[in-house]
Write a protein that binds this ligand. Structure first.
Ligand code: VAH
Length: 312
């Protein structure tokens, strides 16, 4: 049975649905700190859970016979800068609690890392698996440190913990919150609602992104791979597609010709400038066969077809 923390988030909503359809709804337990989120889960059991409450997690593991945890709860890059110590505490304490529980109860763990682990001294194009990493955000520091803890628990206690360094995720089911790559989701809503969008990053800011179906498939493929194939226990680079706000706007213009984009970069520009522009994922490809499927053209068509806007 699988417990998902942060299940109401952008990734959690879709991963919960994918896991439920793969393993059956009765084998899935969704949880989130926000009790209001319960309504997002109709067929799957939902629990209100503060992911830093390790006692509560252990209690759930015992009463529900949990064998795997997808620990998704975290504060993202932009929001994290508002309160660095709180972000560090939440992101790290929740991960350490989950890793300790995994050691004690022999659980299999999925934990998302991010391209935010990289920093200004990292090569920005075709970023390799293990370059220099000095992250510039507290979110990035927590993901970088988290990767080391995952590797430590895997090496020292043989915990089967697996991780991906997601790029910015694009999806229409649930919106992201507090990230630097959020513009690539917001822009689709605004293009349909208002025919205009003011972007908080500059037009030439190239960032790695991934469409949610690719991200879900990467996660499931990683988790299903035989243990002998998983040689990287920090976290895997995974690439999808890389583009700038101007290139995305141009692609949207092919479908909504009167859509206009404006640029007003804010503090998030500084964060984006410290991240890679493109990712080298050959280690993931070699070890468990990762290959992305969605390019910018397909993402744009699918997003415009599927997003639901209140005013549209
Ligand atoms: C963020 N979407 O913007 C996240 C992500 C690629 C960065 O981890 O904070």
């Amino acid at each position: 049975k699988i417990l998902i923390t942060g299940a109401a988030g952008q990734l959690g909503v879709e991963l919960t649905a994918a896991l439920a359809s793969k393993y059956g709804t009765s084998n899935i337990l969704a949880s989130d700190i926000n009790s209001e989120s319960a309504k997002k889960f109709k067929s799957v059991k939902f629990l209100t859970l503060d992911a830093t409450d390790s006692k509560h997690i252990e209690n759930i593991i015992e009463t529900e016979n949990i064998t795997q945890i997808y620990h998704l709860a975290a504060i993202l890059s932009a929001k994290g800068e508002d309160n660095p110590l709180f972000t560090w505490d939440l992101n790290m304490r929740s991960l350490l609690g989950v890793l300790e529980a995994a050691r004690k109860y022999q659980l299999k763990i999925f934990w998302p890392s991010s391209i935010a682990v990289f920093g200004k001294d990292t090569p920005r194009t075709n970023t390799p698996q293990n370059p220099a990493m000095i992250p510039g955000t507290v979110y990035g520091i927590s993901k970088q440190a988290g990767e080391q803890w995952c590797n430590y628990y895997a090496e020292k206690f043989k915990v089967d913990v697996r991780s991906l360094r997601y790029p910015g995720l694009i999806s229409y089911s649930a919106q992201p919150g507090g990230g630097t790559t959020d513009y690539a989701v917001d822009i689709f809503y605004k293009s349909k609602e208002d025919k205009k969008y003011t972007c908080f990053l500059s037009k030439e800011t190239r960032l790695p992104m991934m469409y949610m179906p690719d991200a879900i498939r990467a996660t499931l493929e990683l988790m299903e791979a035989p243990v002998s194939e998983i040689k990287t226990r920090t976290s895997y680079n995974v690439a999808g597609v890389s583009f700038t706000p101007a290139e995305l706007a141009e692609e949207i213009n092919k479908h909504i010709s009167d859509f206009k984009i404006f640029y007003e970069p804010d503090f998030r520009q500084h964060i984006a400038d410290s991240w890679p522009q493109s990712i080298n994922d050959e280690v993931a490809e070699q070890e468990w066969g990762w290959k992305p499927k969605y390019d910018l053209k397909r993402i744009t068509i699918d997003m415009l077809k599927n997003i639901k806007c209140e005013t549209y």
